[in-house]
Design a protein around this ligand. Structure first.
Ligand code: GLA
Length: 379
């Protein structure tokens, strides 16, 4: 059964009348990892995997929500400040609180949601959930007066204040602002962004999911951020966006080796995003691919957010002659993103499946990337 039908069936069962459908997307990121909270550049796009919700105001001050995929329900009052126990419900609770905090309107509603964004795969299912509800609340109760970018910030603050992840803005930005067929380059210092049509002729983008679950809360993710902030402070600058390798080398003996390598990665990654943008404009996919491999190397060796399985997938890509491959997203599991020539695609996918299965006893999952629209109301 289609996602929408499944949701609607349960909505009718639990809440009777028909509601309105909203959806928001997971995301990919071509390049620019762990740069967002350092004031650098990112290059994400929304994908054709979504969290969808059917929602209807219920005339009370209570929110009642069903998570269809987890077969769980939650209820909370809009005047309550204690977050619900279930982690999935905290995302929705957080979004409501953050809208209220900003002076927005939230009234009681009933909702059923479900999705096809794989969980824990680094495709930002949590950002899709936050963006879906933020968009819906803006449409249902605020006449769409909250700016779209602010909806992304509402999702980000939810992660910070209710979910324990001190994330940057990339995932929520991509989920809310994504447009079909376009990647976006976001400058996370000025928050200016630009859409880049992305249709690489002769190549495909494909994700290979190691199925190693990544969990960002209480994870080394926050520690990576702290390392970067320590170095920036030591350099007397606001973020590593303003750092150079010369500046970093000048303080090398004053900081830990760990902090040094974390900052080195961020400084180098910043330049790689810009190089990739130029290469894309010039249609030079070989350079795009080279930079992707460099990012993988940095994420694995300097930033240390890879894992054995992801390094192995990267090696397989290299051996198969794939143009570019790297771990994508926060790390600690999840997917690699691969830029593959059309004629190599089948061979690469088959080799990755069989070699990985041979070594780890289970096959990876493969998702072709389709760049799609971000948060929206369903027709
Ligand atoms: C996670 C975070 C993002 C970003 C990426 C790494 O997805 O939510 O803000 O930091 O990791 O690029």
């Amino acid at each position: 059964m289609e996602l929408k039908e499944r949701i609607d069936k349960r909505f009718k069962q639990d809440f009777g009348e028909e509601g309105t459908f909203y959806a928001s997307a997971g995301r990919i990121n071509l390049i620019g990892e762990h740069t967002d909270y350092n004031g650098g550049f990112v290059f994400p796009g929304a994908i054709d995997k979504v969290i969808m919700a059917e929602i209807k105001p219920n005339g009370t001050d209570k929110v009642r929500v069903v998570s269809l995929d987890l077969d769980d329900t939650a209820e909370f009052g809009l005047n309550e400040t204690d977050a619900p126990k279930a982690s999935w419900a905290r995302y929705i609770f957080g979004v409501c609180r953050e809208v209220l905090k900003r002076g927005g309107v939230v009234k009681g509603f009933d909702a059923v949601f479900a999705g096809n964004v794989p969980l824990g795969a680094g495709l930002s299912s949590s950002a899709a959930l936050e963006s879906c509800f933020a968009f819906a609340i803006n449409d249902m109760f605020n006449e769409n007066n909250i700016e779209k970018f602010e909806l992304a910030r509402i999702g980000q603050s939810t992660e910070h204040n209710y979910c324990g992840v001190n994330c940057g803005i990339m995932d929520q930005f991509a989920s809310v602002m994504g447009q079909k067929g376009k990647l976006m380059r976001l400058d996370c210092r000025s928050m200016e962004y630009e859409y880049f049509p992305f249709n690489p002729e002769g190549y495909k983008l494909v994700l290979v999911d190691s199925v190693v679950k990544h969990e960002l809360a209480d994870s080394p993710y926050n520690k990576r951020r702290q390392s970067c902030e320590r170095v920036a402070k030591r350099l007397g600058i606001e973020t590593l966006r303003d750092a150079t390798m010369e500046m970093l080398d000048a303080i090398r003996t004053d900081i830990t080796a760990e902090d040094y390598f974390r900052a080195k990665f961020v400084i180098e990654e910043k330049d790689r995003v810009l190089a990739v943008c130029d290469a894309l404009v010039a249609g030079d996919y070989e350079t795009v691919g080279e930079k992707m491999y460099e990012t993988h190397h940095g994420l694995s060796k300097d930033y240390e957010v890879s894992c054995e399985e992801l390094d192995y997938l990267n090696d397989i890509a290299k051996e198969c002659g794939v143009t570019g491959s790297r771990i994508m997203g926060g790390g600690f599991g999840g997917c690699t993103i691969n830029l593959v020539k059309d004629e190599l695609y089948d061979k690469f996918v088959q080799t990755a499946m069989s070699k990985f299965a041979e070594k780890y006893g289970h096959a990876p999952k493969v998702y072709p990337v389709v760049i799609s629209d971000g948060a929206h109301k369903e027709a």
